[in-house]
Write a protein that binds this ligand. Structure first.
Ligand code: ATP
Ligand code: MG
Length: 277
């Protein structure tokens, strides 16, 4: 018998597509005490992200992209300003907004299945059987069903990122925050992931904020691409990419968008770092 007042959800309920969040970042500033004095990592950054929008952040190293992502996740607090998710202030981390990092932060002592299951510890109302069903669903979604019992060290870089993606998706967050998730992968593996992430985004309706150094990648994935300038970190320019999906990273139309963004980057003096990629 279930205890009164306690809601037990099922795997089917858990796998429903839920409403993605809208984000409002209002006047967010953050400084750090660096070795040679204070660093203004973010200076009154404001931006809105619509429900189910895919927004890419690009900019030179050190312009505050990761800091902003951490603040949206609730992992760091801004010095001033607020982040609202669906109108409510973000006060700390939670399963509504999950981060996927550049280096797959997987647990080497758990297998693939165990790593995906781990994220579901945040779901006390599920039975073990339901948790396993949910984990299986996401492993299938990222194309790793055959590898559910593989050890982490046996996986390629691309497969590790797929596990990280499944782990971040499994608790069914409303927002997915991705910090250069594909930067360490070879071009071919990345291309496959661009296709897959577009499909998954469409199927699961997430709001995504995606950080990258790669302008083409940003133009391939984003509804909008926001250009950050460093020291102090600010949103310098916003680009809308209105190409139909799914987008092919090698398409001519996409290259035209990427060129436009690269030009703007170069005019900020950041071109060397980024245009070459
Ligand atoms: N914990 C910290 N302590 C001190 N300084 C920090 C800390 N975190 C970030 N910074 C500084 O804040 C600035 C922004 O850093 P952040 O990591 O957000 O940049 P980024 O845009 O993500 O860079 P990259 O593209 O290299 O990942 C940098 O100058 C960095 O040195
Ligand atoms: Mg970073």
């Amino acid at each position: 018998m279930h205890r009164a007042g306690r809601h037990h959800s099922s795997a089917t309920e858990e796998l429903q597509v839920i409403a993605p969040s809208k984000l409002a970042i209002e006047n967010v500033s953050k400084s750090f005490r660096g070795a040679s004095g204070p660093v203004l990592a973010l200076d009154r950054v404001s931006l809105n992200v619509a429900e189910a929008e895919f927004v890419c952040l690009v900019g030179a190293s050190g312009c505050g992209k990761t800091t902003l992502l951490n603040i949206i996740a609730g992992l760091e607090k801004p010095d001033s300003g607020t982040v609202l998710a669906d109108g409510k202030p973000v006060r700390g981390p939670g399963r509504e907004r999950l981060v996927m990092f550049q280096e797959p932060a997987l647990f080497p002592w758990l297998d693939v299945f165990g790593n995906v299951l781990f994220g579901l510890k945040l779901k006390p109302n599920l039975t073990n059987k339901d948790r396993c069903d949910v984990a299986k669903y996401y492993l299938e979604l990222v194309g790793l069903s055959r590898f559910e019992h593989a050890n982490i060290h046996e996986l390629s870089g691309g497969m590790k990122q797929r596990v990280s993606l499944a782990r971040a998706l499994a608790p069914n967050p409303r927002v997915l925050l991705m910090d250069e998730p594909f930067a360490a992968l070879d071009a071919l593996t990345r291309e496959q992931l661009y296709g897959d992430i577009q499909e998954i985004w469409k199927a699961r309706r997430k709001t995504i904020v995606f950080v990258t150094h790669n302008v083409r990648e940003a133009a391939c994935l984003g509804d909008r691409v926001l250009l950050f300038s460093p020291h102090p970190g600010r949103v310098q320019e916003k680009f809308t990419v209105d190409l139909p999906r799914p987008r092919d990273i090698n398409s001519v139309d996409l290259a035209a968008h990427a060129t436009r963004i690269t030009k703007a980057l170069k005019s900020l003096g950041q071109g060397e770092a980024i245009a070459a990629k």
